[in-house]
Ligand binder design. Structure first.
Ligand SMILES: [Zn+2]
Length: 275
């Protein structure tokens, strides 16, 4: 088993070319993946294989796609204030599937707290109400995008108050006590499950790709009945293999681990060569 998990941020729009716009990159990359004869599989299928619940053949020659932060750009087509009309990630997936007939699926790791998103909409986006969760139920129902957790509030540095007990923000390494882990992880799962029932949230992507030793060694292994997570994803650039750490599975991030279609091509060759 060697499955590259590719990560995109729909808020990454500072221009309209591959290097400055994750929407342009995603559209190009889906077609590259298809041309290379690789399949796209849901992230849950990768976790099923990792945990022995499915045959490795179900993820052979495959990649999985994930999105982080969960703004409207994951779902809606929007007129960006400086870069013009942007096809939403969901539309890009549908366009690709319509063009090629290939199966496509992605997992959106969303910031769960409504209050946090309302503030982030002003501090990180244009303040136009583009971080609402009104699309999550429709996305989950359609089956194109799965909605999973990117924590309660990302412990984001622009929020006036986060769940972190000492307000040490801008990192997830400071989420290192039971109380803070419970507030960031279990509370987020409860909120998502309430909204998306009967879907049960079971995956999490670490904000900033960071997880404390307490989180990895204590909270996640010993409080499974509370947080109900099957696996967590970080940002170590490697494919998911049987030996990968369940609570910090690797992912490749667009813009960090590859910046051109050529670099993604090389990355995919290296990541899948022993398949
Ligand atoms: Zn994030």
């Amino acid at each position: 088993m060697r499955v590259p998990v590719l990560t995109y941020h729909s808020n990454n729009i500072s221009g309209n070319d591959y290097a400055t716009n994750d929407h342009v990159a995603l559209a190009a990359d889906l077609r590259l993946i298809h041309r290379k004869g690789l399949r796209i599989v849901p992230l849950t299928q990768v976790v099923d294989v990792l945990m022995g619940g499915a045959s490795p053949s179900t993820v052979a020659h495959a990649v999985a796609i994930t999105f982080d932060d969960g703004s409207w750009f994951d779902w809606h087509d929007l007129d960006h204030p400086t870069c013009g009309m942007q096809r939403g990630f969901a539309g890009i997936l549908r366009d690709f599937s319509g063009e090629t007939g290939a199966f496509v699926h992605a997992t959106s790791f969303v910031i769960v707290s409504p209050d946090a998103r309302a503030t982030l909409d002003r501090t990180c986006l244009a303040g136009l109400g583009w971080w609402d969760d009104d699309w999550w139920v429709a996305a989950q129902r359609e089956g194109l995008l799965s909605i999973e957790s990117h924590s309660w509030d990302h412990n984001h540095h622009t929020l006036p108050e986060t769940a972190q007990r000492e307000q040490r923000k801008g990192t997830f390494l400071t989420i290192d006590t039971y109380r803070d882990a419970d507030a960031e992880v279990r509370a987020a799962a409860d909120w998502l499950d309430g909204l998306l029932s009967p879907h049960r949230s079971s995956l999490l992507a670490w904000p900033y790709g960071e997880a404390s030793r307490y989180m990895l060694d204590d909270y996640l292994p010993t409080h499974q009945a509370e947080h109900r997570l099957r696996a967590c994803f970080g940002t170590e650039p490697a494919p998911v293999e049987h030996s990968s750490a369940r609570w910090n599975l690797p992912r490749f991030v667009c813009g960090s681990h590859w910046r051109t279609a050529g670099e993604l091509d090389q990355l995919l060759i290296a990541a899948t060569e022993r398949d």
